[in-house]
Design a binder for this molecule. Structure first.
Ligand code: GLP
Length: 253
């Protein structure tokens, strides 16, 4: 069954090749529109992509000087100097190496005294920036995008999310392998911001993502697999390595 939206599937041999191709795609997008508004993910998947973007920036092939970056999500309740904060990750792997202007780096404050107010502030900042031009997304093993977790409903706006047990286990590496040390809640952009992005790029690598990708890209739209709603997006590009494609070639082609 064809998905309802227009979807481009790009399968490359390795995670390295995926990172290179997505980086080139972003370089083109920034060349066309230097004022691009981007949403950026954390996790293992984008590490290679950020490495490529930093290298391309050092080669003088890309500038972020007029771009705006929104972090997709953030763990709630960590001290402002905690190294596991997603803001710290983005600084470490991308922001400190490129020429993004500090005032155009939008961070969710996971230490905010009033997390709901912080989400409202973030929505306002996103609206003031004119929404997202490009949402760069990974996918969680349980089908989450950003921290829009599976459940009976999804939320359109930025919100405080309760993290699934599986998600806390997946993030345990940031907390000496101890899932119980992973915060129980997070802040995240909602589904509307992602679906209203002018382009969505979903990046997944590794065999562990094959099953959830099939459910997300060809299964029914269901809040139990939040990424399935990306099928509705009119400009969704899915970037996979052959491991993430797995046995799904027939289903996804
Ligand atoms: C994280 C983030 C997501 C990310 C996903 C997959 O916890 N909230 O934005 O895309 O989980 O992470 P990974 O790339 O490590 O598999």
């Amino acid at each position: 069954m064809r998905p309802p939206g227009a979807q481009t599937l790009r399968v490359l041999p390795t995670a390295e090749a995926v990172a290179e191709a997505v980086a080139e795609r972003l370089v083109e997008a920034l060349a066309r529109n230097p004022e691009l508004v981007l949403a950026l993910p954390t996790g293992r998947t984008p590490l290679l992509l950020y490495r490529h973007l930093v290298a391309l920036h050092r080669e003088g092939r890309v500038s972020f000087s007029r771009a705006t970056a929104f972090q997709l999500d953030e763990l709630l309740g960590l001290a402002p100097d905690h190294p596991a904060r997603f803001a710290a990750y983005l600084t470490r792997h991308l922001f400190q190496h490129v020429d993004l202007a500090q005032e155009r780096i939008q961070r969710l404050d996971g230490a905010a005294a009033d997390p709901e107010a912080e989400c409202a502030r973030y929505e306002d900042a996103l609206a003031a920036a004119g929404g997202l031009d490009v949402a760069l997304l990974g996918i969680g093993d349980n089908g989450h995008v950003a921290f829009n977790e599976p459940g009976p409903t999804l939320q359109a706006r930025a919100h405080v999310a309760v993290l699934a047990r599986q998600t806390r286990e997946a993030n345990a590496g940031l907390f000496a392998g101890e899932p119980s040390h992973v915060p129980t809640h997070a802040l995240t952009l909602g589904m509307a911001a992602l679906l209203q992005a002018r382009e969505v790029h979903l990046v997944a690598t590794g065999a562990s993502k094959a099953d959830i990708l099939r459910a997300a890209l060809r299964g029914p739209l269901t809040p139990q697999v939040p990424a399935s709603f990306l099928q509705l997006h009119p400009r969704l590009s899915v970037w996979l390595d052959t491991a993430a494609l797995g046995q799904n070639e027939a289903a996804l082609s």
